[in-house]
Design a protein. Structure first.
Lengths: 329, 311, 327
């Protein structure tokens, strides 16, 4: 089936006073209809920048897409004009962000903001737009939609605000939803509800979802495929079950081992030694070699390629994956 | 402010060429001001007299009789020309004083007025702001009441009122300006103290048993200092301009102290008579110094702003 | 809402009292009555003259409590400098000017009009000119237009207001004779005397104003909700003129409201240079003539205006920002 989103060898750099930050340095991924891809990694690995690049929302004085192709529902993103891009944003692909508190405009009512999305992209009148907005508020599980329409964001709880954001993002039935850490800022008890909502709506809409998170639990709930990012590159990717059952890359292993659930009572919690490198100065060759317990001489000299070790399961590691595609299906 | 923050700030400032130019201009002016601070004794019949500075020594011109335009060789007194004793790069004023010399004498005054009041204000502001922010409760309420009252009185009026009561003079002016302007800085410092007070490293120090004084002065104070530095550079221009206005109104520095405000005051009716060099010199000195400080202060503020620090 | 306003006024009372205290300290404690008398009476006054002056101003009374019995045996404990001072201010029974021999109240009535006729047009014109320029620059943020405009603003800000006035008056009124140099006409004829001062007032504030509004707007542009709006597909114009502007109006409005009381106080320098008989002129003359009653009263009134201004600002906050309520 045709991919809704196809990213091919994306490089997004930031040109700052202190040097060039290669935030995304050769990322390729694809998502099909009704599928969810979880993009996992610690902060600073480039996942958010990847997402922003899809909608060309990377802050443009310092940042720029330097290389690569992004295809969204058949359209080549890089070659579109700004006006065409604006048409796509919100309609063909939409994005929700991490901080619902500040992501909504405090001086406009919830209703106005949802209706704005509808009114920009369609020709329907105010009253119809209002109907659409209320319909989606109900769909995202907000009781008393009519009242909420005329409330201001600060009058809603965090969870409700995020539901409003979801309603705003999905009311035009986009083909792709990008969710950048949608539940990180919310209470754990609310998180499950939001995730379930997103899953249900995805079934309804049939849209593809790019879910960005650092939380493996969220990935387990929501994702069909997983891609693990480190230092601007994808180090492992594949179907969710495969990765969870038989992860290969030492970084992925580190992430799993760090989960509290995996540690025995009374034992020390596992942490990956070292810290995430700054995008201004990534390590040479294999970017993880400075923190990797398995690093060999080759890791310091040559960057490992992403090789396919099983169906759809790719890994970039000299020790665990080698250099030859083992799967020739 | 830690070492690395200072280095980052300096690097950022160096990138902005205008700011660097501004800084150089400030340094040149500062040099002149310093020259004017070095007292040189003069041997006279009655003994040694102080009061002459290095600047005076460099500019050893006797006053002429009256006006003369820049680089002229003849002056004008009561519509009659007279010969000039020496060349004057920027002309002479109605008392025959060299205009360039008067302008240079004003530099020291400008620097004193630009910096000292803020230092005085900072003294009050930092003390009271730190205590108000740190202790909270009644002390906070009291200090806030005090500055609420003081800030309700328009500062120009408070200033003029104070100046009328005190004698005229440069240092009195500094004190008055300092006392009327500490409120804004105090608010900022109190706000910053509140923010810093709850940060983890302060909690940690407290958990280790640090005393209040130690917490305030060793942990919180260094982190609010950047506000003071920014304030000093930002207020410089405003203070210098205020001095010119106050001198113009008549409550500024005493006669005999170099002051661009005095030059402007004496010169503003001269324009109608075609005498432009006195006013222009004072205005130009003022403009250049203020512009230099404005450009530098902006960049300094951006460089020290914690929010703009990346990763 | 009404209860909120009333509450704010009540809360302001301690501040007002504080202001009265400060003025008392300033004019009674830090300045001895004899010194003031000396300044007022000119050259070499005799002891008797000084004593007479001090007595006529009530400055010979005790500082706080009057425990002297009068000839008829009555006690007026509150007939002291402190309580007289407080009564004078709090009850608005303003004294007489030492110099002009007119009650300050009637002086105020005469002078407010001219001051307002200068400051109000300057204020309005300033807003009309600077806001659109700031919006324009915000639209082109990051480009050369932005950098150039910022540079020009800094230059304009670095020119002292004295220079604007002196050179402006000289060039436009004396040399080019576009405007009258000096003077004022009560009534409708005032406008031609006001044109130049108003223009100069706006010009001198242009640099600072544009920069200030630009900073506010750029602060808003960096906010998260702008990112959300862009992700929705809102155009650059929509973002600036709808989202940013409405949020920016909050700080803009509040600083504007705060400056309204100062419209009444007039612009000292402009009134001196252009001979406009307003409050600023009153103040300057009082200073030059050591007219303490006038100065005292003016300080008090200006403080009241400032406090009123901050109450107005708080109220406008609740009206403009949905997040702020009357609690």
């Amino acid at each position: 089936m045709d991919d809704v989103l196809n990213i091919d060898n994306l490089h997004t750099y930031f040109f700052t006073d202190e040097g060039i930050a290669r935030a995304v340095d050769g990322v390729s991924l694809s998502i099909g209809r009704n599928r969810t891809l979880g993009l996992v990694g610690e902060s600073g690995c480039g996942k958010s920048v990847t997402a922003l690049s899809v909608l060309r929302l990377v802050p443009s004085p310092p940042g720029r897409i330097v290389e690569g192709n992004i295809t969204l529902a058949g359209r080549q993103i890089a070659s579109l004009s700004e006006i065409e891009m604006r048409d796509i944003r919100g309609r063909l692909a939409s994005m929700i962000f991490q901080e619902p508190m500040t992501s909504l405009n405090a001086v406009f009512t919830v209703g106005t903001q949802i209706m704005e999305a509808v009114e920009i992209h369609t020709r329907i009148g105010r009253n119809d737009a209002r109907e659409v907005a209320m319909e989606y508020l109900t769909k995202v599980g907000i009781p008393g939609a009519r009242g909420v329409m005329s409330s201001y964001p600060h009058q809603l709880s965090g969870g409700m605000k995020q539901r409003v954001m979801i309603a705003m993002a999905l009311c035009l039935k986009p083909a792709l939803l990008i969710a950048d850490e949608p539940t990180t800022a919310l209470d754990v008890t609310i998180q499950a509800g939001i995730l379930r909502l997103m899953k249900d709506l995805q079934q309804d809409n049939g849209c593809a979802v790019l879910l960005i998170t650092h939380d493996l639990g969220v990935v387990a709930e929501m994702a069909d495929e997983v891609a693990v990012m480190y230092a601007g590159k994808i180090v492992e990717s594949g179907p969710c079950e495969a990765i969870f059952a038989s992860f290969l890359h030492p970084y992925t292993e580190g992430l799993f081992k760090s989960l509290p659930g995996r540690t025995e009572r009374g034992a020390k919690l596992y942490t990956i030694t070292g810290t995430v490198p700054s995008a201004l100065k990534f390590p040479e060759a294999c970017r993880f070699h400075t923190r990797c317990p398995l690093a060999i001489e080759r890791c310091r000299l040559e960057e490992p390629p992403l090789v396919e070790v099983a169906v759809g399961h790719r890994c970039a590691c000299w020790v665990r994956a080698g250099e030859v595609d083992r799967n020739h299906a | 402010m830690t070492e690395s923050h200072l280095k980052i700030a300096i690097r950022r400032i160096r990138k902005d060429r205008l700011a660097v130019a501004g800084f150089l201009v400030i340094c040149i002016f500062a040099l002149v001001a310093c020259l004017d601070c070095i007292p040189l004794p003069v041997r006279e019949a009655s003994g040694i007299r102080w009061g002459r500075t290095a600047l005076d020594a460099a500019f050893n011109k006797e006053p002429e009789k009256s006006y003369s335009p820049p680089l002229a060789d003849r002056g004008l007194l009561n519509r009659k020309e007279f010969a000039l004793a020496s060349r004057h790069l920027l002309g002479t004023n109605n008392l025959g004083e060299d205009v360039l010399y008067n302008g240079l004498k004003g530099v020291r005054t400008a620097f004193v007025i630009g910096i000292v009041p803020t230092l005085i204000a900072a003294l009050f502001a930092v003390m009271l702001g730190l205590f108000a922010g740190y202790y909270g409760g009644f002390i906070d309420d009291l200090i806030q009441y005090v500055y609420q009252v003081l800030s309700s009185i328009p500062s120009i009026l408070l200033l003029i009122a104070m100046l009328m009561i005190m004698e005229r003079g440069l240092w009195q002016l500094c004190v008055a300006l300092g006392v009327t302007s500490w409120v804004g800085l105090c608010r900022l410092i109190r706000g910053e103290t509140l923010k810093v007070k709850n940060m983890e490293y302060v909690e940690a120090a407290r958990a280790l048993g640090a005393s209040d004084a130690r917490l305030i002065f060793r942990h919180i104070l260094p982190n609010v200092m950047h506000i003071v530095i920014i304030e000093i550079t930002l207020d410089f221009s405003a203070l210098v301009m205020t001095e010119t206005v106050l001198t113009y109104i008549g409550v500024g520095v005493e006669p005999g102290t170099g002051s661009w405000g005095r030059m402007i005051m004496m010169a503003d009716r001269e324009l109608a008579n075609g005498i432009w060099w006195n006013l222009s010199t004072a205005s130009a000195f003022l403009f250049i110094l203020v512009l230099a400080f404005n450009t530098f202060a902006d960049t300094l503020r951006d460089a020290l702003d914690p929010r703009l620090r990346k990763g | 809402m009404l209860s909120y306003i009333v509450r704010r006024f009540l809360l302001a009372i301690p501040t007002v009292i504080g202001v009265c205290l400060v003025t008392f300290l300033l004019f009674n404690v830090f300045a001895s009555p004899e010194a003031v008398a000396r300044k007022q009476l000119g050259k070499n006054p005799t002891e008797t003259q000084i004593a007479a002056w001090v007595a006529s101003h009530g400055m010979d009374k005790p500082m706080f409590f009057n425990l002297h019995r009068e000839k008829d045996g009555r006690l007026h404990p509150f007939d002291s400098r402190f309580w007289n001072h407080m009564r004078e201010l709090v009850l608005f029974q303003f004294p007489e000017s030492d110099y002009l021999h007119e009650k300050v109240t009637s002086l105020l009535k005469q002078k407010i009009g001219p001051s307002l006729s200068l400051t109000v047009p300057a204020f309005l014109l300033s807003m009309i000119v600077t806001l659109p320029i700031a919006l324009f620059i915000a639209y082109y943020r990051g480009t050369y237009i932005d950098k150039l405009a910022l540079f020009i603003c800094v230059i304009l800000m670095s020119i002292a207001i004295l220079n604007y006035i002196i050179f402006g008056q000289y060039l436009l009124a004396v040399v080019f004779k576009y405007f009258p140099i000096y003077g004022y006409d009560f009534g409708v004829g005032a406008w031609k005397f006001l044109l130049l001062p108003v223009i100069l007032a706006v010009a001198s504030g242009l640099g600072g104003g544009v920069r200030f509004y630009r900073t506010i707007m750029l602060n808003e542009v960096r906010a998260d909700y702008v990112r959300t709006a862009m992700a929705k597909g809102v155009s650059e114009e929509g973002i600036l003129f709808k989202h940013v502007l409405k949020n920016a109006m909050i700080p803009i409005l509040t600083t504007t409201v705060l400056s309204i009381p100062f419209l009444i106080t007039g612009s000292l320098l402009l009134e001196i240079f252009f001979g406009i008989p307003g409050m600023g002129n009153l103040m300057i003359n009082a200073i030059n003539n050591h007219d303490y009653p006038v100065i005292r009263t003016l300080v008090y009134i200006y403080s009241l205006l400032y406090i009123a201004g901050s109450i107005l600002t708080d109220i406008s906050y609740t009206l403009v920002d949905p997040r702020v309520s009357f609690k």
